[in-house]
Design a protein around this ligand. Structure first.
Ligand code: NMX
Ligand code: MLT
Length: 438
C-alpha cells in the first residue's frame, strides 16, 4: 500500500470508529433548528452534513484541517527556491490531518506524474466539441469521458465489499488529481492556441507543470499557480460545487460522475464563474469609460449603474463570510509582493475601496466585502492569461483536490445516501396555521 493511502487508512479507521460511536451514543442530540427563511432561502447555515477536510468561519475564513491560509504559507513544503505552498501538500493534509514533509510531497508529485496520462477517448471526446463550447462545459465532459476508467465503478460491478469502497475511491481520486491539469491545459491550448499543445516537464511540481503546459514559463506565474491551486481547493462542504459532488457521490456514483456534477455547479455565475464575470465586468467598465485608469468616482457610478440594471456586482458578497475573504487578501499580498503597476490590479484595489459602502447602503446585502473571485482574474491578466472564459477551469482544477479528498472521507466513514426532506409552500402555510391555533 502506498504511504499516503496507508496513512489515510490509519486516520480514517480511527475517525470512522469515533463517528459510529457518536451516532450511536448521541444520535438524538439536536445540533440546529431550522427556520422558515432557511427553508425558503437556500438552506443557509443549517448544520446538516459531515465534511472533514475544511471548515469555514464567517469572520476568520477558511481553515483546512485547522490551518488557515497564513499557516499553509508558513508550513506547507515549497518548490525549490519558491515561497508559495505546494497544492500536493494540501491534498496530503486534507487526507491525513498532518502537514507533510518535503519527501512526502515529492513522493505525491512523482505519483501523480506516474498516473497523469490522459486516456485516448478523452482527447477524442474533447476534439468532437465545437471550439465555442465553454471551457467549463469541455472540462465537465472531459471528466465524464474518463469515467469508463473508474476503479470504483469497475470493481463495484464485479461485486465489492462495502469495507473496500474507500480504497478504490482513493485510487480514482489519485488518478483524477493526476490527470486534471493535463485535461485543463489541453482544453486551454485547443481553444485559444490552435491546438498547439505542450508536452509536460516532469521535473516540475504539479502546479508548476500545469503552468508550463498552459504555456506560461515565468517563475512568478508558476508561483501564482501554486498559491491559486492551494487556496481554491476547499471551502467546507456546503458550497455548491462541494455539495453537488457530495450529493452525487452519496448515491455511490464514482469520483468521475461526482466531480463532473460538482464542476457543473462551479460553472454558475453565482459560484465559480464569478471569476470570469469580474474581469468581464471590469473590461466592460473600462471600455464604456474609455480609460484603463478610471477614477474612484467613475467606478462608483458604474457600480450604481450595475445595481440599477438589476445585476449583482461580481466578486462581492458571500453566503457565509462576513469579512473580506482571506483568499482575496492572500492574492492581494501576492500582487503587492510580485506585481508593480498593473492597471487591472489597481482597478481591483480601487473597487475594493468603492464597492463595500455602496453595497452596505442597500441595506440588504449581508456581506459587502470581496470574495476570492474579485482578485484572481487581474493577476492572470497581468501574466498574459487574458482568455477569461477559461478562469473557472483553473478554479475547478483546484477544487478537484478538496472535493475528491472529501469523497475519500465520505467512503471511509460509510456516509449514506443524502436525502433531505422537502416541503411545499402549502405545507408551510398549513404548518403556520396549525401553529397559530395552539
Ligand atoms: N451585488 C448586488 N447585490 C448583491 C450582492 C452583490 N455582489 N450580493 C448579494 N446581493 C443581494 C442579493 O442578490 C440579495 O438580493 P435580493 O434580496 O433582492 O434577492 C440580497 O443582496 C441578499 O443576499 P445575501 O443574503 O447577502 O447573499 P446570498 O447568500 O443570497 O448570496 C452570493 C451570496 C455570493 C450568491 C451573492 O453575494 C452574489 O450574488 N455575489 C455576486 C456573485 C459572486 O461573486 N459569486 C461568487 C461567490 C464566491 N464563489 O466563488 O463561489
Ligand atoms: C467557494 O469557494 O466555494 C465559494 O466561496 C462559495 C462558498 O463557500 O459558498
Amino acid at each position: 500500500m502506498d504511504p499516503l493511502k496507508l496513512k489515510f487508512k490509519e486516520k480514517a479507521t480511527a475517525v470512522a470508529a469515533n463517528v459510529k460511536k457518536l451516532n450511536k451514543d448521541f444520535g438524538e442530540i439536536i445540533v440546529d433548528d431550522v427556520r422558515i427563511n432557511q427553508v425558503i432561502g437556500g438552506m443557509r447555515d443549517i448544520k446538516s452534513m459531515l465534511w472533514e477536510t475544511s471548515e469555514l468561519d464567517a469572520i476568520e475564513g477558511i481553515r483546512f484541517r485547522g490551518y488557515n491560509i497564513p499557516d499553509l504559507h508558513r508550513l506547507l513544503p515549497k518548490a525549490k527556491g519558491g515561497s508559495e505552498p505546494l497544492p500536493e501538500g494540501l491534498f496530503w493534509l486534507m487526507l491525513t490531518g498532518e502537514i507533510p514533509s518535503q519527501d512526502e510531497v515529492n513522493w505525491l508529485c512523482d505519483e501523480w506524474e506516474r498516473r497523469s496520462e490522459l486516456p485516448k477517448q478523452v482527447i477524442k471526446t474533447i476534439e468532437s466539441l465545437s471550439l465555442d463550447t465553454h471551457p467549463m462545459t469541455q472540462f465537465s465532459i472531459g471528466i465524464l469521458s474518463m469515467q469508463s476508467d473508474s476503479v470504483f465503478a469497475n470493481k463495484y460491478r464485479e461485486g465489492l465489499n462495502k469495507a473496500d469502497y474507500w480504497d478504490v475511491t482513493y485510487e480514482d481520486a489519485m488518478n483524477v488529481c493526476a490527470r486534471i491539469p493535463k485535461l485543463a491545459a489541453y482544453i486551454y491550448r485547443r481553444t485559444y492556441h490552435n491546438g498547439n499543445h505542450i508536452a509536460p516537464d516532469n521535473t516540475l511540481d504539479w502546479a508548476g507543470n500545469f503552468a508550463h503546459q498552459l504555456g506560461y514559463e515565468g517563475e512568478d506565474f508558476k508561483e501564482l499557480m501554486r498559491l491559486y491551486l492551494t487556496i481554491h481547493a476547499d471551502h467546507e462542504g456546503g458550497n455548491a460545487s462541494a455539495h453537488a459532488t457530495h450529493l452525487v457521490g452519496s448515491t455511490l456514483s464514482d469520483a468521475y460522475l461526482s466531480l463532473s456534477g460538482g464542476m457543473n455547479a462551479l460553472a454558475g455565475p453565482l459560484h465559480g464563474l464569478a471569476n470570469q464575470e469580474v474581469v468581464g465586468w471590469i473590461t466592460e467598465m473600462t471600455d464604456t469609460l474609455g480609460t484603463t485608469t478610471p477614477s474612484k468616482d467613475q467606478i462608483a457610478n458604474y457600480v450604481k449603474e450595475t445595481l440599477a440594471a438589476g445585476k449583482v456586482v461580481p466578486g462581492y458578497g458571500h453566503a457565509v463570510l462576513r469579512r473580506p475573504d482571506p483568499r482575496f487578501i492572500a492574492q492581494k499580498e501576492f500582487a503587492e509582493k510580485n506585481i508593480k503597476n498593473a492597471p487591472m490590479v489597481q482597478i481591483v484595489w480601487d473597487v475594493f475601496e468603492v464597492v463595500p459602502p455602496i453595497l452596505e447602503s442597500l441595506g440588504k446585502v449581508k456581506n459587502p466585502w470581496p470574495n476570492v473571485d474579485a482578485h484572481s482574474g487581474a493577476l492572470l491578466i497581468h501574466y498574459g492569461l487574458t482568455e477569461y472564459n477559461f478562469y473557472t477551469v483553473l478554479f475547478g482544477v483546484s477544487r478537484t483536490l478538496g472535493v475528491l479528498a472529501s469523497l475519500c472521507w465520505s467512503r471511509a466513514l460509510g456516509l449514506p445516501l443524502e436525502r433531505p426532506k422537502s416541503v411545499s409552500s402549502a405545507w408551510l402555510m398549513n404548518f403556520i396555521e396549525e401553529k397559530n391555533k395552539q
